[in-house]
Design a protein around this ligand. Structure first.
Ligand code: AVI
Length: 324
């Protein structure tokens, strides 16, 4: 689950999230309507994403878990014991313990913008690893984060699984990789490592099915954004006139999710009027897929040198160890 928590959210007197309203109004005013993908993850959206990770068609979670399960000894040899593991995003219930069990970390520092979710997952982790020092930090990790004093003297390993980097356009991804370097102390003479999941380019059919499953869970995940706009921003979007579309954009090597208008519609959001012609879309998410080279190029642009790379047995997903 990923949520946007309360603590770092700026709300107006009516309790409306100002950043959400700003992004939606600006995005719906563009020629190609678009809403940033981060807004897919309210409580309902986060639960739907969890459901997606169990789907037959959605291979990334299973593929990455297979690598984490099978390569523990190699991680231990390359990473060594005693590092502070800094996870960008609160740990998922499955992946993080696999890494922590393999490498004997000195501490675990989950970073997340959602305080509630952060505390919950940190508590669950502490229960699983009673001897491990866990220091959750509530922060927006898109910027440099000050780590707790307790891990000041320790070597660091950043952990960013799930290919969430793929949900960013290259410019944002590079900014994030550079912020990670700074957060992990690379600018102050430390030599941090980063273990990062990056999903791979593959057949269009496999990719499009992964983002348009037979049970319609991904469609619900996408449509939930329109419902959220109606709920939180006093919107009148006729959700029944929108359809989920997931399409491979070969030019940019990414799956794009859109909400397509099935007829001409008009609606208002926060008192502003909008219209869509039949066939017009709202672009709601990019999920970039990488080749070995494009992954390396992105990491290098972000200040990280790839050192080791693992893929699952079907060659669908990669986990890369890089050093600053
Ligand atoms: C969170 N992120 C890596 C997912 C992905 O595969 O891009 C989000 C997602 N969107 C639709 N299905 C899954």
């Amino acid at each position: 689950t990923k949520t946007n928590g309360l603590a770092l959210v700026d709300r107006d007197d009516d309790g409306v999230d100002r950043a959400f309203r700003g992004d939606v109004l600006a995005g719906l005013s563009q020629r190609q309507k678009a809403v940033p993908a981060r807004w897919l993850y309210d409580d309902a959206g986060s639960q739907l994403f969890e459901d997606i990770t169990d789907l037959e068609e959605y291979y990334p979670t299973r593929a990455e878990t297979e690598i984490l399960k099978g390569r523990g000894e190699e991680f231990a040899a390359l990473i060594g014991a005693g590092r502070a593991v800094v996870e960008f995003g609160s740990g998922s219930s499955v992946k993080t313990p696999l890494l922590l069990r393999a490498i004997e970390p000195g501490a675990y520092v989950p970073l997340d913008i959602s305080g509630d979710f952060l505390r919950e997952s940190a508590a669950a982790l502490s229960e699983k690893f009673p001897g491990l020092a866990v220091h959750p930090v509530e922060a927006d990790f898109m910027r440099e984060v000050a780590l707790p004093d307790e891990v000041a003297g320790m070597e660091k390993l950043g952990f960013f699984p799930g290919s969430t980097i793929g949900n960013m356009v290259a410019r944002t991804a590079v900014d994030l990789l550079r912020s990670m370097r700074a957060t992990l102390g690379a600018d102050h003479g430390e030599a941090p490592l980063l273990l990062i999941g990056m999903d791979l380019v593959k057949d269009r059919e496999v990719l499009e099915a992964a983002y348009d499953d037979a049970r319609g869970v991904t469609a619900e995940f996408n449509l939930n954004l329109a419902r959220r706009i109606n709920r939180e921003l006093d919107g009148t979007i006729p959700v029944d006139a929108l359809e989920h579309k997931a399409v491979w954009n070969d030019e940019f090597a990414r799956i794009e999710m859109h909400l397509v208008a099935t007829r001409d519609i008009a609606f208002s959001v926060s008192g502003r009027e909008f219209a869509m012609k039949a066939g017009e879309t709202i672009h709601t998410e990019n999920s970039h897929k990488f080749t070995r080279r494009s992954a390396n190029t992105l990491l290098l642009a972000g200040g990280w040198t790839p050192r080791e790379r693992w893929t699952d047995s079907k060659g669908r997903f990669s986990l890369i160890l890089a050093e600053a």
